[in-house]
Ligand binder design. Structure first.
Ligand SMILES: *Cc1c(COP(=O)(O)O)cnc(C)c1O
Length: 362
């Protein structure tokens, strides 16, 4: 092992300030550590039902060609995504998870001395991505009702601002911004500031007022980022996509790592898109479970209405203890110390198990 002393000077000095991404703990680790038989993981906003029909077969077929490079331009997949959204392919870019697309949009717009704005708390990749570009992260606190503060974001804009991440529905609070709020943001923000609408959970939104980023991508400073990791059930495949003007897509493509959409991931995503009806059916199970879990928990604390596949428990000082106690009962949730706990909606049986534990602890 190299000590930090020995490493001095080799790596960028500003990396010391880059926070490390913390993944959700795995059921295997928690089961082993705590000696509980089958831990239930409600910590990473995954779908609980297994891959969509046809996906496994498509991946197995793709694996027989693993000695070949994938299609670098993911033409079959991009064509399918484009057709589904009424676009042409030059408006679509795929990458290694939508987190990679957030990153290349940041790399394509911001560098040292610039600023990137996002709500806080929001997706924990934003400060990491921002610092990687060399830009300064500007965190705008959420409103008291756990929503993005669009006016606060506008007030934070300076001549150095290059990009604003708008996570809607917001991870981890589940709240979404309205069309009016987005239009206000777009009308006030300078033309040279890119708005990245991170719609990782768009498919779970049942509120007719939730923004559909697609309505805005004819603007040169708007990009929409979506993923196959959540509703489409492909978190392990690592594939997501961005939709924007062809100019923006071309610029972002220049900073994308070549071949970063793997052959199995492309095949999995194409097959998943063919199973859209089943995806919708599964999403409906999750959203009706979400309402049930929300309703049960609101008897104990003010849980914001969620448009995603998780709920936010604003537990403040009780957060860490609640998280530990859930784990001790074999339920892995995501605790943000001192702030709150994010709980992914699982199968009805998993949600029952969580509610049983939560009702005792709350
Ligand atoms: C999960 C998530 C993503 C994407 O994840 P990938 O697996 O990298 O596609 C992006 N944004 C938000 C807000 C998320 O919660």
């Amino acid at each position: 092992m190299t000590s930090p002393e020995q490493n001095r000077g080799v790596t960028r000095p500003d990396l010391a300030g880059v926070p490390a991404y913390k993944p959700g703990r795995t059921p295997e680790n928690v089961s082993k550590e705590l000696g509980v038989p089958h831990a239930i993981k409600l910590a990473s906003n995954e779908m609980p039902f297994g891959p969509l029909p046809g996906v496994t077969e498509a991946v197995v077929e793709a694996v027989t060609r693993l000695h070949r490079y994938p299609d670098m331009f993911a033409v079959a997949l991009r064509a399918k995504i484009a057709a589904r959204h009424g676009l042409t392919q030059d408006h679509v870019l795929t990458g290694c998870g939508s987190v990679a697309l957030c990153e290349i949009l940041a790399l394509a717009t911001a560098t040292h001395g610039d600023e990137i704005i996002f709500g806080w708390r929001s997706f924990e990749a934003y400060p990491i991505i921002t610092t990687r570009t060399g830009a300064d992260p500007i965190r705008v606190p959420l409103t008291s009702d756990n929503r993005l503060d669009v006016n606060g974001m506008l007030a934070a804009v300076t001549p150095r601002t290059r990009l604003i991440f708008v996570c809607t529905p917001n991870n981890p609070t589940g709240t979404s911004i309205t069309r009016d709020e987005l239009e206000h943001l777009l009308s006030e923000v300078p033309d040279n500031v890119l708005i990245v609408l991170d719609e990782a959970y768009r498919e779970f939104s049942t509120d007719p007022d939730t923004v559909d980023g697609l309505d805005y991508i004819d603007r040169p400073n708007v990009a929409v980022v979506r993923t196959f990791s959540k509703a489409w059930g492909l978190a392990g495949a690592r594939i997501g996509y961005a939709m924007a003007s062809s100019q923006l897509i071309e610029a972002a493509g220049k900073v994308l790592t070549p071949f970063s959409s793997t052959l199995p991931a492309q095949a999995a995503a194409v097959a998943a898109l063919d199973a859209e009806e089943e995806m919708r059916r599964r999403v409906n199970i999750i959203t009706s479970e979400r309402e049930r879990v929300h309703e049960t928990l609101t008897a104990y604390l003010p849980v914001p209405a969620s448009q995603a596949n998780f709920v936010w428990l604003p537990l403040g000082d009780r957060t860490t203890e609640f998280g530990h106690n859930c784990e001790r009962q074999g339920i892995i949730v995501r605790a943000f110390d001192g702030e709150g706990v994010r709980v992914t909606i699982g199968t009805p049986h998993e949600n029952d198990a969580f509610l049983k534990v939560a009702e005792k602890l709350l």
